[in-house]
Design a protein around this ligand. Structure first.
Ligand code: MG
Ligand code: MG
Length: 255
């Protein structure tokens, strides 16, 4: 069931989104060569705690997962696409890092992700990040009253394909509100003019995941969570929580 939010709920979600943005900024600031993924998780935990916010990630256990998620951020490095668990791994020069973070404040949820490089970027990584950001921007631009979910999917997928990138077929964006994952699903590819109609008060997490090798296949690590490219190519994941409004798309996870 799709829940349409009141304007008061959108304002409350904006506050949750601000906390997510602060946590991601703190992680970005803390990241560097030699810093462990667990230390990045600690940086995000500190921001959530100071804001009085909870984590929709910590303890999350969807049907596909063998165990509850143990952290407040996902850390996906190099050929990891998404859902990476923060471990003791220490970042190395040239690593490509995607961080996904959520926050729950006053019962409302925000969800966003960033991708960045550590030290000297490897060839192609900045282009991959750029393409992923453009795919997200195109998806947000399509998130307008009177359009449909398929218009967002088509916009995201078109940019990704033009960049020669693959996208994991089963993962995409989602409705969001009191819960992190609500209806409708927002695929990262699709046909324009199809799917659920966009209305004022619908809130969506839009999140392109691009794989540089161009294939859509992925595999899951033995931990049951981490998604990786099958060809070893690198991946990027960027996400915002976006409200559809009569005034146009409102990004709720900006700083
Ligand atoms: Mg996310
Ligand atoms: Mg999400």
């Amino acid at each position: 069931m799709v829940e349409i939010k009141t304007d008061a709920a959108l304002d409350a979600m904006r506050e949750a989104g601000r906390v997510v943005a602060r946590a991601l900024a703190a992680v970005r600031e803390a990241a560097g060569v030699g810093v462990s993924l667990r230390e990045l998780d600690e940086a995000a935990r500190t921001v959530l705690a100071e804001a009085g916010a909870g984590s929709p990630f910590l303890g999350y256990r969807p049907s596909f997962a063998p165990a509850a998620f143990p952290a407040v951020i996902c850390t996906s490095v190099n050929d990891a696409v998404s859902h990476g668990i923060p471990t003791g791994y220490r970042l190395r020069d040239g690593d490509l890092v995607s961080i996904d973070c959520g926050a729950r404040l006053d019962g409302w949820t925000g969800d966003a992700a960033i991708t960045f490089t550590v030290g000297t970027p490897r060839p192609g990584d900045l282009d991959l990040i750029d393409a992923t950001r453009q795919a997200l921007d195109a998806g947000i631009a399509a998130a307008r009253v009177g359009s449909r979910i398929g218009d967002i999917s088509h916009a995201v997928g078109t940019v990704a394909r033009r960049a020669g990138c693959g996208m994991p077929a089963d993962f995409g964006g989602h409705g969001i509100g009191r819960r992190m994952h609500e209806d409708p699903h927002v695929p990262n590819r699709g046909r324009p003019g199809r799917g659920f109609p966009l209305r004022h008060g619908l809130v969506l997490a839009i999140e392109p995941m691009l794989m540089a090798g161009g294939k859509d296949t992925y595999r899951t690590d033995a931990d049951g969570w981490t998604l990786r490219t099958t060809d070893g190519s690198r991946a990027a994941h960027i996400e915002h929580t976006v409200a559809i409004t009569d005034q146009g798309p409102r990004i709720l996870t900006l700083p």
